[in-house]
Design a protein around this ligand. Structure first.
Ligand SMILES: [Zn+2]
Ligand SMILES: [Zn+2]
Length: 240
């Protein structure tokens, strides 16, 4: 009831335009995306075949056995999962999260479900992918930490936002940057400041977007080098 009143007041006071289709957003649950666009968002539901390690899309039908894309064979994390593809509703929400440290209800529930459906039940600590000091100062918050907070609150997982640090400032990715160039900018960018806290831990690494997997892989490499037992990755969205 109060939610309904709040939503209608919100619509009256601040008509929110859907960042995908430009129609008006009727409820605060959708954030910057209208209900129709959320309903048509490509969210992974288990009806498709994704790479069992990195979740790259392989085919529209479920396969009988675990299948791998093999592009991710060299990646250092154990498994990566995402809510869905980086497009439309998810892309608009990811971009918004870079500006405001807030995740609306619809997306929050999708993120929680993605964790529940992922084979990450033995994860015992959540580590947000760190920003460089420079980027953190510019933005004022780390969006990965906001996402880690959701899982911590829901599942009582401990957050460790201190152990992993980004020592090199990486420029914002340009469309023209190819995969190898992107990888080079994050290689050796991460270090573990407090190895004792992550030793023998099964870590859930959290970030907003999974693009080539290079960031997640190099974070996992740094964490495993200092004794982490497993590194899982959960993101809001992944590139196709
Ligand atoms: Zn819309
Ligand atoms: Zn893969």
């Amino acid at each position: 009831m109060f939610q309904k009143i709040y939503d209608s007041l919100l619509t009256l006071a601040y008509p929110q335009i859907c960042h995908v289709c430009s129609e008006s957003v009727e409820t605060s649950a959708g954030g910057v995306v209208c209900e129709r666009c959320w309903n048509s968002a490509r969210v992974f539901c288990g009806d498709e075949t994704l790479c069992a390690k990195c979740s790259a899309f392989l085919q529209a039908k479920p396969a009988a056995h675990e299948t791998f894309c093999h592009q991710c064979d060299e990646h250092f994390y154990d498994a990566a999962r995402a809510v869905g593809f980086y497009e439309k509703a998810l892309a608009a929400s990811v971009l918004y999260l870079k500006r405001e440290p807030f995740v609306a209800k619809t997306l929050k529930n999708l993120f929680i479900s993605a964790f529940e459906n992922a084979p990450f039940a033995d994860a015992n600590i959540v580590v947000p992918v760190p920003l460089s000091k420079k980027r953190l100062l510019e933005r004022g918050f780390n969006q990965a930490e906001v996402l880690a907070g959701i899982l911590s609150a829901e599942f009582g997982l401990e957050i460790d936002a201190q152990s992993l640090a980004r020592k090199i400032h990486t420029p914002v990715h340009r469309a023209a940057m190819d995969r190898r160039a992107r990888e080079l900018t994050v290689e050796n960018a991460f270090e573990v400041a407090r190895p004792k806290l992550i030793k023998n831990k099964k870590i859930l690494l959290v970030d907003d977007v999974f693009t080539s997997g290079a960031t997640a892989s190099y974070c996992a490499k740094a964490l495993k080098k200092k004794g982490a037992e497993k590194v899982y990755v959960l993101t809001l969205a992944r590139a196709r």
